[in-house]
Design a protein around this ligand. Sequence first.
Ligand code: FE2
Ligand code: FE2
Ligand code: FE2
Length: 437
Amino acid sequence: MLSNLGYYYNVSKLLTEITNLSAVFDSSLRGHNLRVSLISLALATKLSFSREFLLNVLVASLFHDIGILFFKEKEQISLLKEENYRDKAIHLHAIIGYKLLSRSPFFKEPAKIIRDHHRTYAEFISSPKKYSFPSQIIFLADRIDVWITNKLSRGHSLLDVLSSLKAKLERGRGTLFNPKLLDILANFYFDREAFWFNVYTEEDYVKETVLEWLDRLDFTMSIEELLKTVNLFGFIIDFKSPFTATHSSGVAQTATHLASYFHFSQEELRKMKIAGFLHDIGKILIPVEILEKPARLNDDEFFLMKSHVYHTYRILKRFINDEDIVKWASYHHEKLNGKGYPFKLKANQIPLGARIMAVADMFTALTEERPYKRAMTSSEALRIVIQSSEKGELDKQVVSVLARNLSTIDKSRKVAQERASELYRELERVVKNFDLK
Ligand SMILES: [Fe+2]
Ligand SMILES: [Fe+2]
Ligand SMILES: [Fe+2]
């Protein structure tokens, strides 16, 4: 039977997990993307039932703030929570989100919506060809959620907040907000308590409902689309720090290349690529000061750093039903002599795929620059990898395959990393030149 990789993944869950990760910088953004998705869908379904329209609105809502993962500065993130939609700077995260997602054909339409999600109604009607219409929906839903959650966090009751919401939004009628959308709110939602209870009472319920919608809209991806999407998420993981900006791309390529010498099937090679792109997904939860510390980590910091693989394991488990991918990705710091982390596995518990990943990860990391070390050449890196295998840490067979094919493997790693680095530099340019535009 032809196996179907799609079976292994719950793509809907993948999307909701990734979108939740973008709240890690600021816990007050927790659940924001999901709540905005529910409010946007409520508005959108009163305009059209076209599957494509609803799907674009939903996917754009889910990822509307994904661009903030590119920023370390608190100021950029706090921008999202204030009423400064007249401030030019607020568009920056929207443009970064657009640049990231528009790389995948699957996200092309949602990306345009994301680009414009802080454009006011006045801007939209002055150049309706320039801006996408559905972004009006997300703009309104976003402002509603930001306003409500700010008030709730300051101790106001939901009833108080809702009673002033209408007047608050009406003040922006025709200038900030699309009048038609405000009419929809007035006609269908302002007075319906259940709607607001749904969005603001239970986080799990919001997530479940979004997942149901994704299923109802028959949200599926082909394997190629899935690989591209995972690749994109690999970029987002890496872009947290310029030092790791191309790391996952390099590891995915090196691991897949190594695996091909071990007669992995086509399907297993795809799984390896996915595992490689996602092996450090847990790093999203590690503070950037630790990732970029220019000196040796102290015991507490190293302990925290070790948790990134544990988080990778937990996160992947939630949307991947395939043991291989989860293990290959999450065991990349385990050592054959039992001295790795975080599961302290013994050699017989570490599958070949994970041994390959460990070699690919170490080799790639050595060839990259870090705040505390320069980049090594491939032969210098190989020497260290060999030493590690002699200490009983890395698999000798995998290391000897690397040694025998060093220049081919290294060349393909460089090509893959160059592609990632082009995108990273483009985003950096966008950020740097932003005020000039
Ligand atoms: Fe935003
Ligand atoms: Fe937002
Ligand atoms: Fe790692």
